[in-house]
Design a binder for this molecule. Sequence first.
Ligand SMILES: NC(=O)c1ccc[n+]([C@@H]2O[C@H](COP(=O)([O-])OP(=O)(O)OC[C@H]3O[C@@H](n4cnc5c(N)ncnc54)[C@H](O)[C@@H]3O)[C@@H](O)[C@H]2O)c1
Length: 356
Amino acid sequence: MHIGLIRERKDNENRVALVPSGVRQLRAMGHTVTVECNAGLGSGIPDEEYLAAGAYIEAEMRNVYADCEMILRVKEPTEEEYGLIRQDQILFAYLHLAASPQLTEALQKSGGVAFAYEMVQEADRSLPLLTPMSEVAGRMSIHIAAKFMEKTSAGKGIMLGGVPGVAPAEVTIIGGGVVGTNAAKMALGQGARVTIIDSNPARLRQLDDQFDGRVRTLMSNPDNISECVTQSDAVIGAVLLPGKKAPKLVSREMVAGMKKGAVIVDVAIDQGGCVETADRMTSHSDPVYLVNDVIHYAVPNIPGIVPRTSTYALSNSTLSYISELANKGWRRILQEPNHPIAKAANVIQGELAVSF
Ligand SMILES: NC(=O)c1ccc[n+]([C@@H]2O[C@H](COP(=O)([O-])OP(=O)(O)OC[C@H]3O[C@@H](n4cnc5c(N)ncnc54)[C@H](O)[C@@H]3O)[C@@H](O)[C@H]2O)c1
Protein backbone atom coordinates (compact mmCIF):
# COMPACT_ATOMS: atom_id res chain seq x y z
CA MET A 1 0.00 0.00 0.00
CA HIS A 2 1.16 3.56 -0.66
CA ILE A 3 0.98 5.43 2.67
CA GLY A 4 1.09 9.23 3.03
CA LEU A 5 2.24 11.17 6.09
CA ILE A 6 0.82 14.69 6.44
CA ARG A 7 2.42 17.61 8.31
CA GLU A 8 0.18 18.71 11.19
CA ARG A 9 -1.42 22.15 10.85
CA LYS A 10 -3.22 22.78 14.15
CA ASP A 11 -1.87 25.61 16.30
CA ASN A 12 1.38 24.47 17.98
CA GLU A 13 0.78 20.88 16.93
CA ASN A 14 4.31 19.53 16.68
CA ARG A 15 3.62 15.80 16.69
CA VAL A 16 3.95 13.57 13.63
CA ALA A 17 2.11 10.30 13.02
CA LEU A 18 5.05 8.13 11.90
CA VAL A 19 8.75 8.11 12.80
CA PRO A 20 11.61 6.92 10.53
CA SER A 21 11.84 3.49 12.21
CA GLY A 22 8.14 3.05 11.35
CA VAL A 23 8.88 3.89 7.70
CA ARG A 24 11.59 1.21 7.71
CA GLN A 25 9.23 -1.39 9.16
CA LEU A 26 6.43 -0.58 6.70
CA ARG A 27 8.88 -0.77 3.80
CA ALA A 28 10.11 -4.16 4.99
CA MET A 29 6.47 -5.35 4.67
CA GLY A 30 6.40 -4.16 1.05
CA HIS A 31 4.66 -0.79 1.50
CA THR A 32 5.83 2.60 0.28
CA VAL A 33 5.69 5.83 2.29
CA THR A 34 5.52 9.44 1.10
CA VAL A 35 6.20 12.10 3.71
CA GLU A 36 5.05 15.69 3.30
CA CYS A 37 8.06 18.01 3.44
CA ASN A 38 8.99 19.02 7.03
CA ALA A 39 6.31 16.76 8.57
CA GLY A 40 8.67 15.66 11.35
CA LEU A 41 10.43 18.94 11.99
CA GLY A 42 8.32 19.90 15.03
CA SER A 43 9.36 16.62 16.65
CA GLY A 44 13.01 17.17 15.76
CA ILE A 45 12.97 14.71 12.82
CA PRO A 46 14.35 16.26 9.60
CA ASP A 47 13.34 15.03 6.12
CA GLU A 48 16.81 13.48 5.71
CA GLU A 49 15.99 10.90 8.40
CA TYR A 50 12.83 9.85 6.54
CA LEU A 51 14.79 9.72 3.27
CA ALA A 52 17.44 7.54 4.90
CA ALA A 53 14.62 5.21 6.06
CA GLY A 54 13.45 4.87 2.44
CA ALA A 55 10.55 7.36 2.30
CA TYR A 56 9.81 9.73 -0.56
CA ILE A 57 9.54 13.42 0.35
CA GLU A 58 6.76 15.48 -1.30
CA ALA A 59 6.56 19.27 -1.14
CA GLU A 60 2.82 19.63 -1.82
CA MET A 61 0.24 18.26 0.59
CA ARG A 62 -2.29 17.89 -2.24
CA ASN A 63 0.06 15.49 -4.05
CA VAL A 64 0.33 13.29 -0.96
CA TYR A 65 -3.47 13.05 -0.89
CA ALA A 66 -3.58 12.45 -4.65
CA ASP A 67 -0.97 9.66 -4.64
CA CYS A 68 -1.58 7.69 -1.45
CA GLU A 69 -4.13 5.03 -0.50
CA MET A 70 -3.84 5.65 3.24
CA ILE A 71 -3.31 9.03 4.92
CA LEU A 72 -1.75 9.21 8.38
CA ARG A 73 -2.17 12.22 10.60
CA VAL A 74 -2.14 12.82 14.34
CA LYS A 75 -5.08 15.23 14.58
CA GLU A 76 -8.12 15.56 12.36
CA PRO A 77 -7.74 17.10 8.86
CA THR A 78 -8.05 20.88 8.61
CA GLU A 79 -10.60 22.60 6.37
CA GLU A 80 -8.08 23.02 3.54
CA GLU A 81 -7.82 19.20 3.39
CA TYR A 82 -11.55 18.44 3.22
CA GLY A 83 -11.67 18.56 -0.58
CA LEU A 84 -8.50 16.49 -0.97
CA ILE A 85 -9.73 13.29 0.68
CA ARG A 86 -10.66 10.81 -2.05
CA GLN A 87 -13.21 8.04 -2.57
CA ASP A 88 -12.00 4.82 -0.86
CA GLN A 89 -8.96 6.56 0.64
CA ILE A 90 -8.20 5.51 4.22
CA LEU A 91 -7.75 8.24 6.83
CA PHE A 92 -6.26 7.11 10.15
CA ALA A 93 -6.00 9.83 12.84
CA TYR A 94 -7.63 11.19 16.00
CA LEU A 95 -11.03 12.39 14.74
CA HIS A 96 -13.31 13.12 17.75
CA LEU A 97 -16.27 13.45 15.36
CA ALA A 98 -18.78 13.72 18.24
CA ALA A 99 -17.48 17.26 18.78
CA SER A 100 -17.26 18.23 15.08
CA PRO A 101 -20.34 18.04 12.82
CA GLN A 102 -18.51 20.02 10.11
CA LEU A 103 -15.71 17.45 9.82
CA THR A 104 -18.24 14.61 9.95
CA GLU A 105 -20.09 16.08 6.97
CA ALA A 106 -16.85 16.67 5.05
CA LEU A 107 -15.74 13.07 5.58
CA GLN A 108 -19.12 11.78 4.44
CA LYS A 109 -18.95 13.91 1.29
CA SER A 110 -15.41 12.71 0.50
CA GLY A 111 -16.37 9.04 0.07
CA GLY A 112 -13.25 8.11 2.04
CA VAL A 113 -12.93 5.57 4.86
CA ALA A 114 -12.10 7.19 8.21
CA PHE A 115 -10.84 5.27 11.24
CA ALA A 116 -10.44 7.12 14.55
CA TYR A 117 -7.37 6.33 16.67
CA GLU A 118 -9.32 7.09 19.83
CA MET A 119 -11.90 4.38 19.08
CA VAL A 120 -9.59 1.46 18.30
CA GLN A 121 -10.69 -0.95 21.01
CA GLU A 122 -9.21 -4.26 22.14
CA ALA A 123 -11.31 -7.17 23.42
CA ASP A 124 -10.67 -6.12 27.04
CA ARG A 125 -12.34 -2.74 26.12
CA SER A 126 -9.03 -0.85 26.43
CA LEU A 127 -8.37 2.01 23.98
CA PRO A 128 -4.72 1.40 23.05
CA LEU A 129 -4.29 4.45 20.81
CA LEU A 130 -5.96 6.90 23.20
CA THR A 131 -3.98 5.66 26.20
CA PRO A 132 -0.50 7.04 25.39
CA MET A 133 -1.81 10.55 24.68
CA SER A 134 -4.08 10.42 27.73
CA GLU A 135 -1.00 9.58 29.80
CA VAL A 136 0.74 12.66 28.42
CA ALA A 137 -2.32 14.94 28.72
CA GLY A 138 -3.07 13.73 32.26
CA ARG A 139 0.46 14.44 33.44
CA MET A 140 0.59 17.77 31.59
CA SER A 141 -2.77 18.88 33.04
CA ILE A 142 -1.15 19.31 36.45
CA HIS A 143 1.82 21.27 35.03
CA ILE A 144 -0.75 23.48 33.30
CA ALA A 145 -2.89 23.94 36.41
CA ALA A 146 0.22 24.81 38.45
CA LYS A 147 1.33 27.35 35.84
CA PHE A 148 -2.05 29.10 35.72
CA MET A 149 -2.27 29.16 39.51
CA GLU A 150 0.71 31.52 39.48
CA LYS A 151 -0.03 35.20 40.04
CA THR A 152 1.59 36.23 36.75
CA SER A 153 -0.95 34.02 34.96
CA ALA A 154 -3.95 35.68 36.72
CA GLY A 155 -4.07 32.79 39.19
CA LYS A 156 -4.42 32.87 42.96
CA GLY A 157 -0.67 32.77 43.49
CA ILE A 158 -0.49 29.48 45.35
CA MET A 159 1.79 26.47 45.06
CA LEU A 160 0.29 23.04 44.51
CA GLY A 161 2.20 21.49 47.38
CA GLY A 162 2.13 24.41 49.83
CA VAL A 163 5.07 24.46 52.30
CA PRO A 164 5.36 23.37 55.94
CA GLY A 165 2.82 25.45 57.86
CA VAL A 166 0.84 26.46 54.73
CA ALA A 167 -1.88 24.20 53.29
CA PRO A 168 -1.42 22.57 49.88
CA ALA A 169 -3.80 23.17 46.98
CA GLU A 170 -7.02 21.18 46.61
CA VAL A 171 -7.23 19.36 43.27
CA THR A 172 -10.41 17.65 42.03
CA ILE A 173 -10.16 15.23 39.13
CA ILE A 174 -13.44 14.25 37.48
CA GLY A 175 -12.98 10.90 35.68
CA GLY A 176 -10.50 8.41 37.11
CA GLY A 177 -9.37 6.71 33.88
CA VAL A 178 -6.01 7.16 32.16
CA VAL A 179 -6.01 10.99 32.17
CA GLY A 180 -7.33 11.11 35.73
CA THR A 181 -4.88 8.58 37.12
CA ASN A 182 -1.89 10.28 35.52
CA ALA A 183 -3.07 13.69 36.74
CA ALA A 184 -3.45 12.25 40.24
CA LYS A 185 0.10 10.84 40.18
CA MET A 186 1.55 14.23 39.28
CA ALA A 187 -0.61 16.20 41.70
CA LEU A 188 0.25 13.85 44.58
CA GLY A 189 3.92 14.00 43.61
CA GLN A 190 3.79 17.77 44.01
CA GLY A 191 2.10 17.48 47.39
CA ALA A 192 -1.45 18.59 46.51
CA ARG A 193 -4.56 17.18 48.20
CA VAL A 194 -6.36 15.13 45.56
CA THR A 195 -9.94 13.94 45.10
CA ILE A 196 -10.93 11.68 42.19
CA ILE A 197 -14.59 11.44 41.23
CA ASP A 198 -15.78 8.61 38.98
CA SER A 199 -19.12 6.99 38.16
CA ASN A 200 -17.74 3.43 38.17
CA PRO A 201 -17.56 1.92 41.68
CA ALA A 202 -15.11 -0.76 40.54
CA ARG A 203 -12.80 1.93 39.20
CA LEU A 204 -13.03 3.84 42.50
CA ARG A 205 -12.01 0.66 44.34
CA GLN A 206 -9.00 0.17 42.04
CA LEU A 207 -7.93 3.79 42.56
CA ASP A 208 -8.26 3.48 46.30
CA ASP A 209 -5.99 0.40 46.21
CA GLN A 210 -3.57 1.87 43.68
CA PHE A 211 -3.00 5.07 45.64
CA ASP A 212 -3.13 3.28 48.98
CA GLY A 213 -5.57 5.77 50.46
CA ARG A 214 -3.50 8.83 49.49
CA VAL A 215 -6.34 10.16 47.28
CA ARG A 216 -9.94 10.67 48.32
CA THR A 217 -12.32 8.85 45.96
CA LEU A 218 -15.95 9.89 45.54
CA MET A 219 -18.91 8.63 43.53
CA SER A 220 -19.89 10.92 40.68
CA ASN A 221 -23.12 12.76 41.45
CA PRO A 222 -24.07 16.46 41.32
CA ASP A 223 -23.80 16.92 45.12
CA ASN A 224 -20.28 15.50 45.37
CA ILE A 225 -19.11 17.34 42.24
CA SER A 226 -20.56 20.64 43.45
CA GLU A 227 -19.03 20.33 46.91
CA CYS A 228 -15.59 19.44 45.54
CA VAL A 229 -15.28 21.96 42.72
CA THR A 230 -16.38 24.88 44.88
CA GLN A 231 -13.60 24.03 47.38
CA SER A 232 -10.92 23.37 44.76
CA ASP A 233 -7.99 25.40 43.51
CA ALA A 234 -7.75 23.25 40.38
CA VAL A 235 -10.31 21.04 38.63
CA ILE A 236 -9.28 18.55 35.94
CA GLY A 237 -12.05 17.37 33.56
CA ALA A 238 -11.14 13.81 32.50
CA VAL A 239 -14.35 11.87 31.79
CA LEU A 240 -14.98 9.79 28.69
CA LEU A 241 -17.97 7.98 27.24
CA PRO A 242 -16.18 6.35 24.27
CA GLY A 243 -17.37 7.79 20.95
CA LYS A 244 -19.96 10.05 22.62
CA LYS A 245 -20.05 13.71 23.61
CA ALA A 246 -18.73 14.21 27.13
CA PRO A 247 -21.48 14.70 29.77
CA LYS A 248 -21.63 18.24 31.25
CA LEU A 249 -20.93 17.40 34.88
CA VAL A 250 -19.79 20.82 36.17
CA SER A 251 -22.66 23.26 35.72
CA ARG A 252 -22.49 27.03 35.22
CA GLU A 253 -23.85 27.47 38.78
CA MET A 254 -21.06 25.31 40.21
CA VAL A 255 -18.47 27.41 38.35
CA ALA A 256 -20.10 30.59 39.72
CA GLY A 257 -19.55 29.16 43.23
CA MET A 258 -15.83 28.42 42.65
CA LYS A 259 -13.00 30.39 44.22
CA LYS A 260 -11.79 33.38 42.20
CA GLY A 261 -8.55 32.52 40.41
CA ALA A 262 -9.19 28.76 40.52
CA VAL A 263 -8.18 26.85 37.38
CA ILE A 264 -10.24 24.42 35.29
CA VAL A 265 -8.30 22.24 32.83
CA ASP A 266 -11.00 20.49 30.78
CA VAL A 267 -8.95 17.76 29.14
CA ALA A 268 -12.17 16.19 27.82
CA ILE A 269 -12.73 19.24 25.59
CA ASP A 270 -11.85 17.11 22.54
CA GLN A 271 -15.15 15.28 23.16
CA GLY A 272 -17.03 18.54 23.79
CA GLY A 273 -15.89 19.11 27.40
CA CYS A 274 -17.40 18.13 30.76
CA VAL A 275 -17.70 21.68 32.15
CA GLU A 276 -20.69 23.74 31.00
CA THR A 277 -18.68 26.97 30.81
CA ALA A 278 -15.88 25.29 28.82
CA ASP A 279 -18.05 25.86 25.77
CA ARG A 280 -15.27 26.54 23.27
CA MET A 281 -11.90 25.06 22.46
CA THR A 282 -8.80 27.17 23.06
CA SER A 283 -5.34 26.83 21.51
CA HIS A 284 -1.76 26.68 22.74
CA SER A 285 -1.27 30.28 21.48
CA ASP A 286 -4.28 31.56 23.39
CA PRO A 287 -5.01 28.84 25.95
CA VAL A 288 -7.26 30.39 28.62
CA TYR A 289 -10.27 32.61 29.22
CA LEU A 290 -12.11 33.70 32.37
CA VAL A 291 -15.68 32.97 33.43
CA ASN A 292 -16.62 34.37 36.88
CA ASP A 293 -12.88 34.92 37.48
CA VAL A 294 -12.27 31.18 37.09
CA ILE A 295 -9.50 30.36 34.60
CA HIS A 296 -10.65 27.97 31.86
CA TYR A 297 -8.08 25.99 29.85
CA ALA A 298 -9.62 23.99 26.96
CA VAL A 299 -6.86 22.99 24.52
CA PRO A 300 -7.78 19.84 22.55
CA ASN A 301 -4.21 18.86 21.64
CA ILE A 302 -2.29 19.16 24.89
CA PRO A 303 0.36 16.54 23.91
CA GLY A 304 1.29 18.72 20.89
CA ILE A 305 3.52 20.94 23.05
CA VAL A 306 5.69 18.05 24.22
CA PRO A 307 6.19 16.45 20.80
CA ARG A 308 9.44 14.61 21.43
CA THR A 309 7.72 12.59 24.14
CA SER A 310 4.32 12.42 22.47
CA THR A 311 5.38 11.47 18.93
CA TYR A 312 7.40 8.49 20.11
CA ALA A 313 4.76 7.46 22.68
CA LEU A 314 2.10 7.59 19.98
CA SER A 315 4.05 5.76 17.30
CA ASN A 316 5.06 3.02 19.77
CA SER A 317 1.33 2.22 19.93
CA THR A 318 0.05 3.05 16.44
CA LEU A 319 2.56 1.22 14.24
CA SER A 320 1.14 -2.29 14.69
CA TYR A 321 -2.38 -1.05 13.82
CA ILE A 322 -1.12 0.97 10.83
CA SER A 323 0.70 -2.15 9.61
CA GLU A 324 -2.43 -4.29 10.04
CA LEU A 325 -4.55 -1.79 8.08
CA ALA A 326 -1.93 -1.58 5.32
CA ASN A 327 -1.44 -5.36 5.13
CA LYS A 328 -5.13 -6.31 5.10
CA GLY A 329 -6.82 -3.24 3.58
CA TRP A 330 -10.01 -1.71 5.00
CA ARG A 331 -12.46 -4.14 3.41
CA ARG A 332 -10.89 -7.21 5.04
CA ILE A 333 -10.67 -5.43 8.41
CA LEU A 334 -14.39 -4.59 8.29
CA GLN A 335 -15.24 -8.22 7.52
CA GLU A 336 -13.91 -9.03 11.00
CA PRO A 337 -16.46 -7.13 13.11
CA ASN A 338 -14.61 -7.76 16.38
CA HIS A 339 -11.35 -6.54 14.95
CA PRO A 340 -10.05 -3.67 17.15
CA ILE A 341 -9.68 -1.42 14.08
CA ALA A 342 -13.18 -2.27 12.75
CA LYS A 343 -14.56 -0.74 15.99
CA ALA A 344 -12.86 2.53 15.02
CA ALA A 345 -14.59 2.86 11.62
CA ASN A 346 -16.35 6.23 11.79
CA VAL A 347 -17.20 6.95 8.15
CA ILE A 348 -17.28 4.38 5.35
CA GLN A 349 -17.70 5.68 1.78
CA GLY A 350 -20.20 8.39 2.76
CA GLU A 351 -21.99 6.38 5.48
CA LEU A 352 -21.64 7.30 9.14
CA ALA A 353 -20.65 4.14 11.04
CA VAL A 354 -21.07 5.58 14.57
CA SER A 355 -23.85 7.31 16.49
CA PHE A 356 -23.09 10.15 18.91
N1 LIG B 1 -7.17 17.60 25.43
C1 LIG B 1 -6.28 16.69 25.07
O1 LIG B 1 -5.22 17.01 24.56
C2 LIG B 1 -6.53 15.23 25.34
C3 LIG B 1 -5.50 14.30 25.22
C4 LIG B 1 -5.77 12.96 25.54
C5 LIG B 1 -7.05 12.57 25.94
N2 LIG B 1 -8.04 13.52 26.00
C6 LIG B 1 -9.41 13.21 26.40
O2 LIG B 1 -9.48 13.01 27.80
C7 LIG B 1 -10.70 12.31 28.09
C8 LIG B 1 -10.42 11.17 29.07
O3 LIG B 1 -9.64 10.18 28.41
P1 LIG B 1 -9.15 8.85 29.16
O4 LIG B 1 -8.20 8.18 28.24
O5 LIG B 1 -8.73 9.15 30.55
O6 LIG B 1 -10.50 8.00 29.21
P2 LIG B 1 -10.77 6.73 30.15
O7 LIG B 1 -11.83 5.94 29.47
O8 LIG B 1 -9.50 6.05 30.53
O9 LIG B 1 -11.37 7.38 31.48
C9 LIG B 1 -12.59 8.02 31.53
C10 LIG B 1 -13.15 7.87 32.92
O10 LIG B 1 -14.36 8.67 32.98
C11 LIG B 1 -15.22 7.98 33.84
N3 LIG B 1 -16.58 8.51 33.69
C12 LIG B 1 -17.49 8.28 32.71
N4 LIG B 1 -18.63 8.94 32.99
C13 LIG B 1 -18.44 9.60 34.15
C14 LIG B 1 -19.25 10.44 34.96
N5 LIG B 1 -20.50 10.72 34.63
N6 LIG B 1 -18.72 10.94 36.10
C15 LIG B 1 -17.44 10.66 36.45
N7 LIG B 1 -16.64 9.85 35.74
C16 LIG B 1 -17.13 9.33 34.60
C17 LIG B 1 -15.07 6.53 33.43
O11 LIG B 1 -15.57 5.63 34.42
C18 LIG B 1 -13.56 6.44 33.27
O12 LIG B 1 -12.91 6.00 34.46
C19 LIG B 1 -11.22 11.85 26.70
O13 LIG B 1 -12.20 12.75 26.23
C20 LIG B 1 -9.99 11.94 25.84
O14 LIG B 1 -10.30 12.07 24.45
C21 LIG B 1 -7.80 14.83 25.69
